[in-house]
Design a protein around this ligand. Structure first.
Ligand code: SAM
Length: 292
């Protein structure tokens, strides 16, 4: 009788058989609840017309469920001790390729081109290593890889920040960096009790769907992201305080800022966290037009 990898008894068996010990520094918290894994695959809508990129397969708990549904699965794993384990646990699944590499150093476009045999929509599905959640998200967003959807598990607190709306406590430059490219929503919450070892916090599955085009039109993307970052630097302060803190307090700069804020119809006494993506885009575009 076949037991899924994610069942607690099979997980323990695999760990014991390979003498595996968890490395906290690599964010190793393995899922041991097959129902949650099935729910992730369902939320992601994985079928035989989808190629999947996974980050951090661990011993293959999620990889197995993906392999059963997807066309192909490409999984990046940094821990060399897990490579022989995965060779063993993934042997029944011919559509899985494990690449031993730090995902942050991986050439995503090159590797997917090499591994995926058919040109199908690509989805990223992962239970992310929590110590580098944001860098991994940024690595995918900044790459030229055409990702249709990301269905990823992370600390609930980070998921809240990514999906936050203006004027909420969680809203910040991360919300904007992600929502500029993707539509974000929290799919469901996962209690910390279904992992071994148990993390300190609850997790959430976030679903990100790529927009046909960015949420707002900006003249200069780099300057737009600089502006949003600058606006959240001093959280308790006004937009004006933040902007002069970042761009400078000399008369010429102040004139430039005042003119642009007026033309964008944004009150400088507001807090940065009250501005919507549209308002940040309007301000960024005025700043570009009025460049000194
Ligand atoms: N997918 C498995 C599961 O759900 O049970 C394991 C998830 S565990 C939270 C995170 C995994 O990411 C670990 O296997 C860890 O070794 C791996 N990992 C950590 N840093 C990584 C990196 N920079 N690149 C690729 N994998 C990484």
């Amino acid at each position: 009788e076949y037991k899924e990898i994610a069942t607690p008894s099979r997980t323990k068996e695999i760990l014991k058989q390979h003498g595996f010990s968890f490395k906290k520094s690599l964010g190793q918290n393995f899922l041991t609840e097959p129902n949650i894994l099935r729910k992730i695959v369902e939320t992601a809508g994985i079928d035989t017309q989808t190629n999947v990129v996974e980050v951090g397969p661990g011993i293959g708990a999620l990889t197995e469920q993906l392999a059963k549904n997807a066309a192909q699965v490409l999984a990046f794993e940094i821990d060399d001790r897990l490579i022989p384990v995965l060779e063993d646990t993934m042997s029944p699944y011919k559509n899985v390729t494990v690449v031993h590499n730090d995902v942050l150093k991986a050439d995503l476009v090159g590797t997917t081109k090499e591994i995926f045999e058919q040109e199908l929509p690509i989805k990223v599905v992962a239970n992310l290593p929590y110590y580098i959640t944001t860098p991994i998200m940024m690595h995918f967003l900044a790459s030229d890889l055409d990702v249709e959807e990301m269905i990823v598990m992370m600390q609930k607190e980070v998921a809240d920040r990514i999906s936050a709306k203006p004027s909420t406590k969680a809203y910040g430059s991360l919300s904007i960096a992600v929502q500029y490219f993707m539509e974000a929503s929290i799919a469901f919450i996962v209690p910390k009790t279904v992992f071994i070892p148990q993390p300190n916090v609850d997790s959430a599955i976030i679903k990100l769907t790529k927009r046909e085009k960015p949420a707002v039109e900006v003249i200069d993307e780099k300057e737009f992201f600089k502006l949003t970052k600058a606006s959240f630097q001093l959280r308790r302060k006004t937009l004006w305080n933040n902007l002069t803190h970042y761009y400078g307090k000399d008369e010429q700069t102040k004139e430039w800022l005042t003119k642009s804020l007026t033309e964008a119809e944004i009150d400088p006494s507001r807090r940065g966290e009250t501005l919507s993506l549209e308002e940040f885009a309007r301000l960024s575009n005025q700043l570009e037009k009025n460049r000194r």
